[in-house]
Every structure is written in structure tokens, then in C-alpha cells.
Ligand binder design. Structure first.
Ligand SMILES: Nc1ncnc2c1ncn2[C@@H]1O[C@H](COP(=O)(O)OP(=O)(O)O)[C@@H](O)[C@H]1O
Ligand SMILES: [Mg+2]
Length: 581
């Protein structure tokens, strides 16, 4: 998108919604411009009538008029800014909501590609810059341009020759502004990147603090943080430095102008072409014009910063998840899931993770995936709820391609206990209810009891209302897993995906939970990834996954004869179990 297209888009998508408010603000800007010009203009009669002609009546009226003009200017400026502060807040809110929505709807691939810290930086820094562009800039443009025109009018009115002389400076100022604007756009992109890196780093430190402590890497992390903080600082300083670069240029230009002006106007006064009252009024107008010219000259920077932020942010807002047919709802009858010639590659990986995977996960039964770690088991499971989109081949549920039905109807029917338990910093009960906000008290109690959560919930200080901390830090690994199993149970979905759901449990608890899982998965389509024999042996069908391919399939007995990998797995589990006894 070109800069102009971005500006257009920002205007129509955001600013346009608040056109009424903006027009109000433009109206007040007009009053600001009028009263500022009036102030400059009033100096002419003030000097002529009061100081030269000594008019007693006007000696009272003109000071009053000046007070009035200043008050008008102040009040209108307040009202104009006040209106735009409101608009600017609203636009910030809209942008953040859109970004949030887009992040919530994007597929895992998009989210995996970028550190969460960078998204945080988009949400704060970039939104702020765009917000500034779509609101502050409008005020500046209207108020300052109008004021400038008003003052120019006064200048020309007082003496057109002087006025012509003065406006030569305007193009000079704008050339300087243009090059600074481009520069600041570039630096602001770098600053955003630095802020993203710093955010990411901070988040990592919080997440990994245990590891940092045990490996005593505090100093190492401190040094690394210094690098990011330094980078962030230096970019911030750079921006501010570029911004103030306009100051010497502007001041020099002003000096040139005033010097030249005194020389030229001196000439005019000597030749009787200019009266002293006109000169003062002109001078006042010119000095008052300094502020709007200056701010218009630096306006370019704000615009470039805003545009470069929009270039980063809009593509994220625009990312649409490919939900081809919103109308088609998945209709589950038997609950058969079929993979046909599925090849899959993660965007960031060179090689295929899955190749020619053909599976049949029969409805109402339990199917297990076994294989070494890294074989591709979790990947297969994650394809079923459409977490990723770029696969070749097809996945059908009851003969409907999952990419042809709406994501909402697909996911409504699936429950998942993922390999890495994920919980929210909320109460125990809210974490369980997450899968079904309208669950009845009875179902809730059942889920808690069957998943054996009751035992530890009762010991907690506030029972079910105890806060469990960020991703459940205040719980043991097994307790976290039991919570996520309870959560999955409560959903009562047709399809259940269990990715090493019981790996953190001791064998006693696991056995108990196994009963609950059997209950949970009864007559439902279940796909389990398990490293425990007990789960696998009871499965109706087992697929052995090796290096992204199906190496063997069958039930426990068949596989013991046919698959070397499976036999090894079995023997290892057996010795493990014996050791446990
Ligand atoms: N999000 C991801 N991005 C890129 N590669 C991944 C991602 N997740 C897993 N992989 C790779 O895919 C392969 C299979 O992983 P996975 O399906 O998790 O194995 P399993 O569950 O069988 O242990 C691994 O080699 C891993 O490196
Ligand atoms: Mg896995």
C-alpha cells in the first residue's frame, strides 16, 4: 500500500466515523484562527488611535477587545482539543479491539511465527502512533492552516509588500520538514522493532524465571536485557533527536526573516510607504504565525510515524482466517474421522512433518497414536480442529471435508486436552467452566469428581474460588492435568482429543483417572496419544507413527506381531511397570 492509500484507508475506516465531532472541532479551530488574527489586527488601531491620536474612548474598548479575543481563543482551543481527545480515545479503542479480534481468530501458524511480546508492542506503541495520526494531525492541520491564513490576511492587509517578503520563508521551511518526515518514518519502524524485542525479552524472563534461577543465569540475562534496553533507548533518543532537528533550521529561518524584515520595513518607513501602527500589527501577525508554521513543518513527522505504524498494524488486522463456507455446519452422525493422503509442513520448517498420512478414526471408538517423540503425533491431532491451514490431502469428518465446514461448527464438536496444559490466571472453577460457560451445577460436580479434582480443590484456601496463578503456577503438574481433563469433560463433545493427557500423573491417580476417561470417552470418537500401555492396549485401533508416516496399524495383538517399533514400545513399558511395582 502506498502512503496515500494508507491515509485514505485510515480516514475512511476510522476518522470518518467521527466526522460530526471532527467538524465541531474544525468549527472551533476556525474561531481559534479568527481570534488569533483579531489579536494581531487590533494592534493597528491600538497604536494608531491610542498612542498616536490619544483617543480616550478606544483606550478602554481596545484592551477589552484584546481580552475578549484571547479568551475566545483559549476557550475554542480547549473545546477543539477536548472533542478530538474523545475521538482519539475512541479510535484507539477500535484499533485495539480489531487487533485483539484478529489475534484471537488467527491460526496457530500466524501466532507461532512471532513472539507474543511483539504483538504487545503493536497493541501499545503502534496503536498510539496511528491514534495520533488520525486525531492530533487533523486538529493541527485545520487549526494551524486556518490560523496561518488568517494571519496572512492581516499581514497582507497591513502591507502587501512586506507580506510577500515574509511568505518566501514558508517553502524553505517545508523543504526541511519533508526530509525530516521521511527520516522519522524509518527511525520509528526501528523503534517499534526494538520495543517488540524488549517486550518479548521481558515476557521470556517471567516465563522462564525458574530456569534462570537454577542455572544461575541472572547476570547473563541482565547483560542480555541491557542490550535490548540500550537498543530501545537509542532508538527512542534517535526519534527525539530527529524531531528536534527542525529547531535550529526553524530558528535560523526566523532570524533571517526578522532581520530581513527590519531592513526592508525600515526602508519602507523612511520612504513613507509604511506607518508604524501597520508595522506593529504586521509584526504581531508574523510572530503569531511562527507557531502554526512550525507545527505544520513538523506535522510531516507525525504523519510518517503514523503511516509506518499503520503499515505494520493494518496487515495484522486484515489477516483473515480462511473459513471458506461460513454457512455449512458440520453435521456429525457417526463421528468417523478420515485422513486421506495428508501431507503437512510447518511454514517455518524445511521438511514435511507428515507425508501420505491415511487414517481412519472410527466414530464412537478409541483410536491411539504411538510413536517416538517428534514422530508427528501431536501434529496429526492439531490438524483436526484446523489449527493449521496449509495441508495437502483431505481430512473428513462423516464425509464432510473439515475445510468446507465452518470452523465454529467444527470446533464446537471437539474437546482437547493438549500436551502442554494451558490454564488461565483465574479461579479453579472458572478454569473448568471455560469449556462450557452454561454448565449445570450437576455436570460441574460430576466433572470435578470424575477427574479427581475434588481431592485437591478441597484442600485449597478458597476451595473452588481459589486463584491458580499464571498458567496454574500454584498447582502441581498432575493437578493441572486433572483440571484440564475436567474442563474437557464438561464440554461433552462428540470428538475428544487427548494428547498425553495423563503424562504427569502418578500411576495410582492415573488409574483412577483412566476410569474417568473411559467414562468420558464412552461412545464418543476419541483420539489418544499415550505413552502408557494401559490406555493403548484398550484402544480399538492403534496407529504407529514413525517419522511423519504411518508405520503400522492394527490392534494391540496384531501390532505385537507385525510392528517392531510397537513391540519395543510394549517391552519398555512392561519393564517400567515392573519397576514401579
Ligand atoms: N509449531 C511448530 N512449528 C514448527 N515445527 C514444529 C512445530 N510443532 C512441531 N514441530 C516439529 O514437527 C515434528 C513433529 O512434532 P510433534 O507432532 O509435536 O511430535 P510428537 O507429538 O509425535 O512428539 C517435530 O520434529 C517438531 O520439531
Ligand atoms: Mg506430542
Amino acid at each position: 500500500m502506498s502512503n496515500l492509500q494508507i491515509l485514505k484507508r485510515l480516514y475512511f475506516d476510522y476518522t470518518h466515523k467521527f466526522l460530526n465531532k471532527i467538524l465541531i472541532s474544525v468549527f472551533f479551530s476556525l474561531i481559534v484562527a479568527g481570534s488569533t488574527s483579531l489579536i494581531a489586527f487590533l494592534l493597528d488601531p491600538a497604536i494608531k488611535k491610542i498612542f498616536i491620536e490619544k483617543d480616550k474612548q478606544l483606550m478602554v474598548i481596545i484592551p477589552f477587545a484584546i481580552v475578549f479575543a484571547f479568551t475566545m481563543k483559549g476557550v475554542s482551543l480547549y473545546l477543539a482539543k477536548n472533542t478530538l481527545i474523545f475521538v482519539s480515545g475512541e479510535i484507539q479503542k477500535i484499533l485495539q479491539l480489531q487487533l485483539m479480534k484478529s489475534i484471537l481468530n488467527s491460526d496457530l501458524e500466524t501466532l507461532d511465527k512471532k513472539h507474543s511480546g511483539k504483538f504487545v508492542s503493536h497493541l501499545t506503541l503502534d496503536v498510539g502512533l496511528i491514534q495520533k495520526l488520525v486525531s492530533d494531525t487533523i486538529l493541527l492541520i485545520t487549526k494551524d492552516t486556518l490560523t496561518l491564513f488568517g494571519l496572512l490576511f492581516v499581514m497582507f492587509y497591513q502591507n502587501w509588500k512586506l507580506a510577500l517578503f515574509a511568505i518566501i520563508m514558508i517553502p524553505l521551511a517545508s523543504i526541511a520538514a519533508k526530509s525530516l518526515g521521511k527520516r522519522i518514518g524509518k527511525v520509528s519502524t526501528q523503534a517499534q522493532e526494538a520495543s517488540g524485542l524488549l517486550n518479548s525479552f521481558f515476557l521470556e524472563v517471567f516465563k522462564n524465571h525458574k530456569i534462570i534461577k537454577i542455572f544461575q543465569r541472572e547476570d547473563y540475562e541482565k547483560d542480555r536485557s541491557e542490550k535490548y534496553i540500550e537498543e530501545f533507548k537509542s532508538k527512542g533518543v534517535k526519534i527525539l533527536n530527529v524531531m528536534i532537528r527542525a529547531t535550529p533550521i526553524m530558528e535560523t529561518l526566523t532570524g533571517l526573516m526578522i532581520g530581513g524584515l527590519i531592513f526592508y520595513s525600515g526602508n519602507l518607513v523612511i520612504n513613507n510607504e509604511l506607518d508604524i501602527n501597520n508595522f506593529f500589527s504586521f509584526l504581531a501577525a508574523m510572530m503569531l504565525a511562527y507557531q502554526p508554521v512550525r507545527s505544520l513543518a513538523t506535522l510531516n513527522m507525525g504523519i510518517h510515524q503514523g503511516i509506518s505504524a499503520a503499515k505494520r498494524l493494518l496487515p495484522i488486522i486484515d489477516t483473515k482466517i480462511t473459513d471458506k463456507s461460513k454457512g455449512n455446519n458440520l453435521n456429525i452422525t457417526k463421528g468417523d474421522i478420515i485422513f486421506r493422503d495428508v501431507d503437512f509442513k510447518y511454514e517455518l520448517q524445511e521438511n514435511k512433518v507428515l507425508s501420505s498420512v491415511n487414517l481412519k478414526i472410527s466414530g464412537g471408538q478409541m483410536t491411539a497414536l504411538v510413536g517416538h517423540s517428534g514422530a508427528g503425533k501431536s501434529t496429526i491431532m492439531n490438524l483436526i480442529p484446523r489449527f493449521y491451514k496449509n495441508l495437502s490431502g483431505n481430512i473428513y469428518i462423516d464425509e464432510q471435508d473439515i475445510y468446507d465446514v465452518s470452523i465454529a461448527s467444527l470446533r464446537k464438536n471437539i474437546s482437547l486436552v493438549s500436551q502442554d496444559t494451558t490454564l488461565f490466571d483465574d479461579t479453579v472453577i472458572n478454569n473448568i467452566k471455560y469449556s462450557n460457560l452454561n454448565a449445570s451445577e450437576e455436570d460441574l460436580n460430576d466433572a470435578i469428581k470424575l477427574s479427581h479434582c475434588e481431592e485437591f480443590i478441597n484442600k485449597m484456601p478458597n476451595g473452588r474460588d481459589t486463584l491458580i496463578g499464571e498458567n496454574g503456577v500454584r498447582l502441581s503438574g498432575g493437578e493441572k492435568q486433572r483440571l484440564s481433563i475436567a474442563r474437557a469433560m464438561l464440554k461433552k463433545s462428540n470428538i475428544i482429543l487427548l494428547d498425553e493427557a495423563t503424562s504427569s500423573l502418578d500411576s495410582e491417580t492415573e488409574e483412577k483417572i483412566q476410569n474417568a476417561i473411559n467414562f468420558l470417552t464412552k461412545d464418543r470418537t476419541t483420539l489418544v496419544i499415550a505413552h502408557r500401555l494401559s490406555t493403548v492396549v484398550n484402544s480399538n485401533k492403534i496407529y504407529v507413527i514413525d517419522n511423519g508416516k504411518i508405520a503400522a496399524e492394527g490392534n494391540h495383538k496384531e501390532l505385537l506381531n507385525s510392528s517392531e517399533i510397537y513391540k519395543n514400545f510394549y517391552l519398555k513399558q512392561l519393564t517400567k511397570n515392573e519397576n514401579n511395582l
